[in-house]
Structures are given as C-alpha cells and as structure tokens.
Write a protein that binds this ligand. Structure first.
Ligand code: F6R
Length: 342
C-alpha cells in the first residue's frame, strides 16, 4: 500500500516528478479553461491554505511573465467582503470541496463572472459548478498535508503561464521534473537537526519565493507542531526582528533574480541579530555559503524552476523534522483533509 514508504506524505513527495509531468500535460488538454483565461488583463483567484499559496504563486507568474494583473483572495474573506469583480475568477482546490472556496465562487458567479476550477478530484463539487476545469492529475492525496497537489497546482500555474505566452516556457517547464527528482535525495540532516530543536522558525523569500516561504512555514507548523512563520523578506525588519535570537533559526531562500542582492543584505541583518540562518540557494554560490550557518544548494536553474525545487525541499524539511520528533505525520492533530464547513 505504501510501497516501502513509512508515511503517505513521503510517498506523495516522491511521486512529484511524475505528477509535475502529468499536470503540464493536463493543462495542454484543457482548451476550454485556457480560453477563459486568455486575453484578460485582470484575473481573480480564490483559494484556502496551501491552495491559496499556490494562488499567490500564480500572481507572481502571471504578473511577471504575462502582464496580467492578479488579485488573490482567501475564500473565507471573499464571500463576505468581495472586491469589485469582472472577468474570470479561478478557484484552486485540491479536494474541490472546500466550503469557503465554493462559496466564494458562487458569489463571483452571482456577480456575472466566468469561473475556472483547478482541482485534483474528478467529479468534485467545484467541477460541477464552474464553467471549465483543469484537472491536476496528481492522483489521490492521502496525507492530510498537501504536497503533490501543491506541486501540481504550481505545475498548472506554469502551464497556464506558458499557454498565455505562446509556449515561451515550454522547454524550461519540461525539465522541471528532472530537477525535482534531484531534490528528493540531497542531504538535509543538519538543517533538520537545527529545526527540530527550535521552538520557533522564520521562513523568508521575495517574489516567487515569498509564497514558497509561506507554504514551507505552513507545512512545518502543520506536521511538526513547531511555530513557523513565512514572511516577505523585507518585512522582517518591520517588527519580527524583535523576536530574533540564537533560538529562532531563519530559513532564507536566496535564488539569483531581481531581489537577490537585497536578500543577501537581509541575511546579514539577521545574522547581526544572532539568529542562525539556513540558506537555500543555487550550487556554487560561495557568497551565500559563507554567510549562512547551513547552506543547502539546489541545482542551477531559473527562478520559475527553482520555485519548484525550493518547494519540494521545504516539504522534505517539514517531513523529516516532524519524523525526527515522532509526530503523527499523515494525520496531524486537530486537522481534517478537507474542510467542508465555512
Ligand atoms: C495544508 C492543507 C490545507 C489545504 C486547504 C485547502 O497542507 O492541506 O491548507 O490546502 O484546506 O484545501 P483544498 O485545496 O482541498 O481546497
């Protein structure tokens, strides 16, 4: 049943190279959904939890590469405080049953919007109520924590970006599954040791790596029960700095791109306040390696590939930390797989 894996979560993490490939294919085979997304200068996304973080990734991807303005809203807020709406609204939901996301989509429809579902469950409620669907094809996700469905949602975002830019990402996208494969085995024991003895963790990133930081922190708190917060790296100095000490490791994602130099400055500021830094960067980054207490190097890749490898690495960090603490990984306390009440 578990094919030699101790937990569903680890099994699902290891399925991700194949899942990524399947989802890209699924997007190409969803012309109705793509038609509702093409030619818009503005899109709205509604989702909850990890799916909301995927929505934030879509915002960066679509704004950076397609010039589309994207508003991302949590389902629970959207229904009661809807923004001015027009055009197409995308609902992202692994289960297709999350009450807050469904309620938000209903509200959007009542305001005359077209709706597109991005979901992993064929025949789920979301697929029956929306105008078109992209099926993620990640296969059933058994662990409560979203892993392969999150990577599939990211793959769908990259597939949509490719479709809206006439194939400009196609070649790069097809290489991502191989890159993910490489992340499954790189050693992270030292980082796991530091995280499992911490009572509080910060995750920071900029651009695409800001939602990746939010998702990394969510995964960590969900299954290890260690308090973890994701921040846009520039925000840490606006308050959270007061919490930094030798007991609060900071996981800093520093991938070369527009914000790279300022990320290095942020890391220096954090070090000056005594917090240990686990830096995640690209292979051969000597400057980052020297700054960090622990340096995890990922294969060299552009940002839109690195966001996939970083996300998988952070899933492993959460999983292995929770495992070392003996947590009930597939069924964390107080949580259910799908939340069908508002
Ligand atoms: C986190 C997690 C939840 C879900 C959220 C939305 O690991 O699984 O945060 O992402 O409950 O669920 P779906 O995507 O089914 O709408």
């Amino acid at each position: 049943r578990l094919g030699g894996f101790p937990h569903y979560m680890q099994k699902e993490i290891f399925e991700q190279p194949q899942v990524f490939y399947n989802t890209l294919q699924a997007v190409r085979e969803s012309p109705d959904a793509l038609d509702l997304l093409r030619g818009r200068d503005r899109l709205t996304i509604v989702a909850c939890g990890s799916s909301y973080h995927a929505g934030l990734l879509y915002k960066y991807l679509l704004e950076m590469y397609c010039g589309v303005a994207v508003l991302v809203e949590q389902g629970s807020e959207f229904k009661y405080y809807p923004p001015p709406l027009s055009g197409t609204v995308i609902g992202i939901s692994q289960s297709g049953e999350t009450a807050d996301t469904l309620a938000a989509l209903k509200m959007a429809q009542s305001r005359g919007c077209k709706t597109v579902a991005v979901t992993n469950v064929v025949g789920s409620t979301i697929t029956r109520m929306t105008d078109a669907t992209i099926h993620l094809r990640a296969g059933p996700e058994m662990s409560v924590a979203a892993t392969k469905s999150f990577i599939a949602q990211l793959a769908a975002g990259l597939g949509i970006t490719d479709a809206l830019t006439d194939g400009s990402h196609a070649e790069e996208n097809t290489r991502i599954n191989v890159r993910i494969e490489e992340i499954l085995t790189i050693p992270i024991t030292e980082a796991v040791g530091l995280c499992s003895s911490a009572s509080s963790l910060f995750y920071i990133g900029r651009g695409l790596f800001y939602p990746a930081a939010l998702e990394g922190a969510l995964k960590m708190k969900e299954i290890s029960y260690i308090h973890a917060e994701g921040y846009a790296a520039g925000e840490l100095k606006h308050g959270p700095f007061a919490l930094l000490s030798g007991e609060t490791p900071v996981i800093a994602i520093a991938i070369p791109g527009a914000a790279y130099p300022v990320m290095l400055s942020n890391i220096k500021e954090i070090k000056a306040r005594g917090a240990p830094v686990i830096a995640i960067g690209l292979a051969g980054d000597i400057e980052l390696a020297e700054l960090a207490d622990i340096f995890i190097e990922l294969p060299k890749a552009p940002e839109s590939t690195a966001v996939a490898t970083v996300s998988v690495l952070l899933q492993r960090l959460a999983y292995e930390t929770a495992d070392s603490l003996g947590r009930d990984i597939d069924k964390p306390r107080n949580l259910a797989k799908s939340v069908t009440v508002e």
